[in-house]
Design a protein around this ligand. Structure first.
Ligand code: C5P
Length: 237
C-alpha cells in the first residue's frame, strides 16, 4: 500500500489517497477545534491518542457485528480505512442530558434519559450543523428512509456495546455522535470514535473526561483522554 496525495483536510484529520481506490489513509493531527472551527489549538499527543483510541473502539464495534471503515493502524497517527461516500448526516444518541440538549430544551444537566434520545444533524459548519429530521433528509436527498433506519439501528447497537465498555471503566457514556458512509452500497460506520466526539464523565467525581474540557477551558484535555483509554484497555505504547 502506497500513501499518495492529500484529498481532504478536515478540522482534526486529513485524508490521503492510496494506490487502492477502495482505501484511504486517515491522519489524526494534533489540531483541536471547537465551536465549528472558531477555536483551534494544537494539543501535543492528541493525534496519536485519538488514532489509538479509535482503532481500539472500532475493533470492539466490528467484533460486535457493526460494520466500520477501519482496516488497520499504519503508524502512531495514521490508520488505513475503506473509502466511503459520506452521508452528510450526524447521528447523536444521548443517555444523559448535557450540552446542546440542555441548552435547547432547558432540561437539567445530568438527568438520565430513558429511553435514550436519537437526533439528526446536518453536517455543515457554515450553518453550524443544524438539527434536521428524517423528512428533511429524505426531501433534500441527504439520506434515504432505508439508510436513516439503518443508521439509527446501528447507532443504538453502538450504544449497547459502548455504554457497557465505558461503564466498566467507571465512565458513564453521556452522549456521542456518529457518521456513516456508503461502501459498495452498504452502510458503514465512518469518521472516528474518540473523546472528541462523545461525552464521558467520571462516575464518582462527575469530572468531564472528554472534549468539553477543551470547549470549557478546563485544561488537562489529553491527560483525560489518556485516562479514559487506560481505564478501558487502550494501548498507547
Ligand atoms: O453539542 P451536542 O450536545 O449536540 O453534542 C452531542 C454529542 O455529539 C457530544 O458528544 C459532542 O461531542 C458530539 N458532537 C460532535 N461533533 C459535532 C456535534 C456534536 O462530535 N459536530
Amino acid at each position: 500500500m502506497e500513501k499518495r496525495q492529500e484529498l481532504y483536510a478536515g478540522k482534526a484529520k486529513s485524508v490521503f489517497a492510496t494506490d487502492d481506490p477502495d482505501r484511504v489513509v486517515l491522519q489524526f493531527r494534533d489540531d483541536t477545534s471547537a465551536f465549528d472551527g472558531e477555536r483551534m489549538e494544537s494539543l501535543a499527543r492528541k493525534g496519536m491518542v485519538n488514532n489509538r483510541f479509535n482503532a481500539f473502539i472500532m475493533g470492539k464495534l466490528e467484533a460486535a457485528g457493526i460494520p466500520t471503515h477501519f482496516e488497520q493502524c499504519l503508524s502512531d497517527t495514521e490508520s488505513l480505512v475503506k473509502t466511503l461516500t459520506m452521508i452528510p448526516v450526524e447521528c447523536v444518541v444521548r443517555n444523559i442530558a448535557a450540552g446542546g440538549l440542555v441548552k435547547r430544551l432547558g432540561v437539567e444537566e445530568g438527568r438520565e434519559l430513558s429511553p435514550p434520545t436519537f437526533e439528526l444533524f446536518l453536517k455543515n459548519d457554515a450553518l453550524h450543523d443544524p438539527m434536521i429530521n428524517e423528512s428533511l433528509a429524505e426531501t433534500f436527498g441527504w439520506a434515504t428512509p432505508q439508510q436513516l433506519a439503518e443508521m439509527k439501528a446501528l447507532t443504538f447497537k453502538v450504544n449497547a456495546v459502548l455504554k457497557q465498555l465505558f461503564a466498566d471503566g467507571g465512565l458513564p457514556l453521556v452522549d456521542y455522535k456518529l457518521e456513516f458512509g456508503l461502501f459498495k452500497g452498504r452502510i458503514v460506520l465512518g469518521d472516528e470514535f474518540s473523546p472528541d466526539g462523545c461525552r464521558l464523565w467520571d462516575a464518582k467525581t462527575r469530572d468531564k473526561m472528554d472534549k468539553d474540557r477543551f470547549r470549557q477551558g478546563l485544561g488537562g484535555v489529553i491527560e483525560a483522554y489518556e485516562e479514559v483509554g487506560r481505564r478501558i484497555g487502550v494501548d498507547f505504547t
